[in-house]
Design a protein around this ligand. Structure first.
Ligand code: NI
Length: 267
């Protein structure tokens, strides 16, 4: 996967770029089968890594925006794909040869009920004490447009600082974050073919709308980073401290039981 000078310039100037398919339909079909199996068995639920990103994560409620963090820990074959090799090649060209995949995640929008992912910057989920060179490669496993929840971006927003955020709906039981109010009139939607990708910087403001279609909207996201650096001036991302999520309770219990040895990121 070789990026053109125009694609690289678009990423640098706008904070995102849309790419044609990174793999072929046969592999996309295989990925869909893996993906559906992971969500059917709620992989990582007991570790706090399967949860409703936009709801209060009540065990009895059907999730409106189910997310799995680290799907590749449950299905290592996700990293033996042409998609992963192409994504790594893209990340190397955009932020450097030394990038590593920091984590991966999967966000499912169930047919008809799939909720929006509110406007946010991924860095707002992370540790305010560090500086990051990081990007996300977001790949739909079916075609996407504004009907089923394609990515939308605020061009140039990667050049701003991390905005103040709050839990979606100002509900501390909800893991998902939302940037405090701003004017999103100039947002750019990015429809994609199955297996295509958008690439965005950790500070680029982004959003996906609800899924109003009759089919699930599956997105698989790989996050690549250079090693973070300690900041001289730490930032207080208090909106993360304020959360009281069921997801976090499960993660703490799993950590105390020795089942979990990693911090849960997000984005
Ligand atoms: Ni995000």
């Amino acid at each position: 996967m070789h990026l053109s000078a125009n694609q690289i310039a678009h990423y640098r100037n706008e904070g995102f770029v849309a790419l044609p398919p990174l793999t072929d339909p046969a592999e996309i079909a295989e990925l869909r089968a893996i993906y559906d199996s992971l969500f059917a068995r709620r992989a990582g639920r007991e570790l706090g890594e399967h949860f409703d990103l936009a709801g209060n994560d009540n065990d009895n409620a059907e999730p409106v925006l189910p997310q799995i963090l680290w799907p590749s820990r449950h299905a290592p074959e996700l990293l033996q794909t042409r998609l992963h090799a192409a994504a790594l090649a893209v990340a190397r060209q955009l932020i450097g040869e030394d990038v590593v995949m920091t984590f991966d995640h999967a966000i499912l929008k169930p047919a008809r009920i799939g909720a929006p992912a509110a406007w946010h910057q991924d860095e707002a989920y992370w540790d305010g004490d560090q500086d990051y060179s990081s990007l996300s490669i977001w790949t739909p496993l079916q075609d996407v447009d504004r009907v089923n929840g394609c990515m939308e971006f605020m061009p140039g927003s990667h050049r701003s600082e991390v905005r103040t955020h709050h839990s979606i709906g100002h509900d501390p039981l909800v893991h998902g974050l939302e940037a405090d109010a701003f004017d999103s009139a100039d947002a750019v939607p990015c429809p994609l073919l199955a297996g295509g990708a958008t690439v965005h910087d950790a500070r680029t403001l982004h959003y996906t709308g609800p899924n109003r279609s009759d089919a699930p909207r599956r997105a698989y996201i790989q996050v690549f980073s250079l090693p973070p650096r300690a900041r001289i001036a730490p930032r207080d991302f208090y909106w993360n401290r304020n959360k009281q999520t069921a997801r976090n309770q499960r993660a703490l219990a799993a950590t105390e039981a020795g089942l979990l040895d990693r911090r849960v990121p997000g984005g």
